[in-house]
Design a protein around this ligand. Sequence first.
Ligand SMILES: *[C@@H]1O[C@H](CO)[C@@H](O)[C@H](O)[C@H]1NC(C)=O
Ligand SMILES: *[C@@H]1O[C@H](CO)[C@@H](O)[C@H](O)[C@H]1NC(C)=O
Ligand SMILES: *[C@@H]1O[C@H](CO)[C@@H](O)[C@H](O)[C@H]1NC(C)=O
Ligand SMILES: *[C@@H]1O[C@H](CO)[C@@H](O)[C@H](O)[C@H]1NC(C)=O
Ligand SMILES: *[C@@H]1O[C@H](CO)[C@@H](O)[C@H](O)[C@H]1NC(C)=O
Ligand SMILES: *[C@@H]1O[C@H](CO)[C@@H](O)[C@H](O)[C@H]1NC(C)=O
Length: 495
Amino acid sequence: MHRCAALVLVCSTVAFTLLQSGSAVEQIHITLGDTDSEMRVLWATPSNVTSWVSYGTQRGDRLKRTQRSENLRQGRRYFYRVYAEGSPVSRMYNFTTLPVHKNVSMTYLVYGDLGVRDGTDTFPALQAELAHWNHTAVWHIGDEFLRLIEPVASSLPYMVSPGNHEIAGDFLHYRTRFSTPGTPWPIPKGKMWYSYDIGLVHFISYSTEVYFTYNEEYECSQYYWLLEDLVKANRNRARVPWIVAMGHRPMYCSNADADDCTGWLFGGRVRAGLENLFHTQGVDLIVEAHEHSYERLWPVYNYNVIQTNYVNPRGSVHVISGAAGNQEGNDKFGPYSKAWSAYRHSKPRDNNFGRLHVHNRTHIHWQQVRVKDGHVFDSFWLVQHEHGPFVPNANCTLSVSTHSSCHCPSPFYVLVLTYAAMFMACFAVIAVVAKLCWRWRMRIFGKCYVWGVLGQRPYLVYKTLSSKQIYEEEDATLISADEPSFFVGRAQGIQ
Ligand SMILES: *[C@@H]1O[C@H](CO)[C@@H](O)[C@H](O)[C@H]1NC(C)=O
Ligand SMILES: *[C@@H]1O[C@H](CO)[C@@H](O)[C@H](O)[C@H]1NC(C)=O
Ligand SMILES: *[C@@H]1O[C@H](CO)[C@@H](O)[C@H](O)[C@H]1NC(C)=O
Ligand SMILES: *[C@@H]1O[C@H](CO)[C@@H](O)[C@H](O)[C@H]1NC(C)=O
Ligand SMILES: *[C@@H]1O[C@H](CO)[C@@H](O)[C@H](O)[C@H]1NC(C)=O
Ligand SMILES: *[C@@H]1O[C@H](CO)[C@@H](O)[C@H](O)[C@H]1NC(C)=O
């Protein structure tokens, strides 16, 4: 039986520092609620005022203020406006709820690492997409700003995964500015992962950041949540055949940097943490970002290529779509030597995003679209007639099971300690070089550059010495001047 859902205004506000700047309601976006007959509307107001949503099924309707319970009908268009005391009312927005029939083709926009500065040409391109495609939702795999994306996010459910740029302030912005299905709001720190069935796909959004915040408790709570979720999803494959997982940092990549996915540090933490589980449970497609480039992999497990086509793969297919436009520029690749890398693309200022087209139970079509001219420069068909775990009989629900994927891998104590030792050794070497360099800099070069270990870009030595400083600089664009502090409101579906 369907749970009775309703759109009800919850006058909840969360305080960031109070800052009066302008007076309009902004950053309006919607996300899926807990059921198909529910949609959540989120917005920000510059000060702590009462705000609410009014909605109706017809443009000309007197829109109803959301105070009494009412189901949203599936597959229908709704119009809405956001009101806040003392502010002009927002313009009229609209969205369409998920269709009643699951067995229909649907498309999604998929990308990560879209930034305010270098993403400027991406926003209009995404908006143009809406006019030509009947997208069902947007999957944004980490790294965020909401004002510019509003035209898209106010009419399509905007589904998110946390990325490294969200770490600042304990993910406060992520947890309050977004809302995710089946999760309280503000999103608790220990539940930044969720899943949702849309049509023929069981979508999973997981947090790769648990592996970078030194908190093994979240590592394992997410792991066991995923395990349970995947076991359930596998029992439901007859109805919902596909499993697509999305997380910010990739498990594999052939970029020329020192990121986790290059595997330079013991084969990568995210890969070590989740690959076995996803492979065993037969996750069909894993979409990732973080690397500011596009890369498509052959079905792979444990660095071994399983096959060099996408017909009935017996391993997960990874796609890294992280070149939507990021202020750090697009990332370069290393030498083309990885057997698992099927296609890759990275050019400066050549932003692109993914279009995920789920045709039916057996066929998914992926297209990677260039922002500049809408050209599809890479595409592939993922064909699966035998949906299910890639390792049968792991039996994770049986207490007798000994399969390694049924247990959260041991935490990264050892890795972290080794990492610390390596870092200190590097630091010592760099410090010595820096000192020598600094002493001679004016005499020799006028300036002192060192090829830093961070991202293989030249940093001034005194910056290289403090990786923390660089991190703060990255985050500054997210939390400072341009993003003043806001109160966040949410109209929430409740039972
Ligand atoms: C906002 O206003 C309400 C009611 O006036 C009050 O209860 C709430 O504490 C305020 N929130 C903040 C963060 O100041
Ligand atoms: C719904 O919203 C979109 C995007 O803002 C707009 O282009 C479209 O015209 C609206 N549809 C209707 C029927 O008003
Ligand atoms: C789904 O639709 C296809 C054709 O559109 C049909 O062949 C198939 O039987 C349907 N499957 C289910 C489970 O309804
Ligand atoms: C989008 O939906 C409309 C109305 O249902 C339909 O006419 C149109 O062909 C669809 N467009 C695409 C690209 O599927
Ligand atoms: C699924 O979609 C593909 C591509 O559109 C098509 O070739 C195939 O016949 C479809 N299968 C079914 C059962 O409709
Ligand atoms: C899972 O259970 C099946 C049937 O009970 C058994 O044949 C298989 O060996 C078990 N697999 C593991 C990994 O325990």
